[in-house]
Design a protein. Sequence first.
Length: 293
Amino acid sequence: MIIDSHVHAGEYYKHFTASFAEEMMATTGMPPEALTSPEEKLLAHMDEAGVDQAFLLAFDVQRVEGFKVPNEFVAAMCARHPGRFTGFASVDAGTPGAAVELRHAVTELGLRGLKTAPCYLRMSPADPLWYDVYETAQELDVPVLVHTGYTPAKKADPRFFSPRLLDQVARDFPGLRLILAHLGTPWTDAALDLMARHPGVHADLSIFSWYRPAATVAAALAKARSLGVLDRLLWGTDHPFCTMTDSVSRMRELAADASLWPDGAALTEAEYASLMGGAAAALLSTNHGGEIR
């Protein structure tokens, strides 16, 4: 089973502002209008790439950027395609009632995770305002995917890019399953070190595994293997910023070409299976919604 652990819902003409789309797509070589995931087109792209399921993300940056991809929108897509999408809610701890909104999204809308965007909201992920949200996520036993690493969004605050900011959160919430988006790119070593210190911390490879050179990706995966955390890395694309077909091809390359690896040991079949879906399925296997099928 192949699971893309980082896929953005939303459509250019319905959800995202033109200025945000222009900023975000400028580094991809694609036009602003490419920041869109129409339902049928997304499903067709998944089929083309051989992707069975996807973590589908809401995105609440209304307070700073002036838009959001609503939890209800994501929940409706998941309800229409329960075998293909696992929905992640999004809330803003800078807006009163965020923890209540998360509880509603999980218990009433059926979403099974949380996506947060602290730097986009000009907040640290360790800001005490997030703690009610984290406590609720821990109680509901849903994983929390946190944006870490660089973003080209001009309103985002670079002070809050580093994955190191999640160290205190992991200490304060040892039962919380955190996912560091983008392996904290370019702070990938810091992200891996954080994973080694905290067994509840995971990371996805979205953006990083495709946009960085193959040898750079292999070196990071080799370090993850040496630290004993490779089984907590999840493949993801950050679609529509990266195509699933290209990213799947890259991962197959990493499994086939030992010359890319600093130790000459490419991905084993078991490691490849874990990265491409096994780790994502395991992450949700104890989730309130039950195991991915």
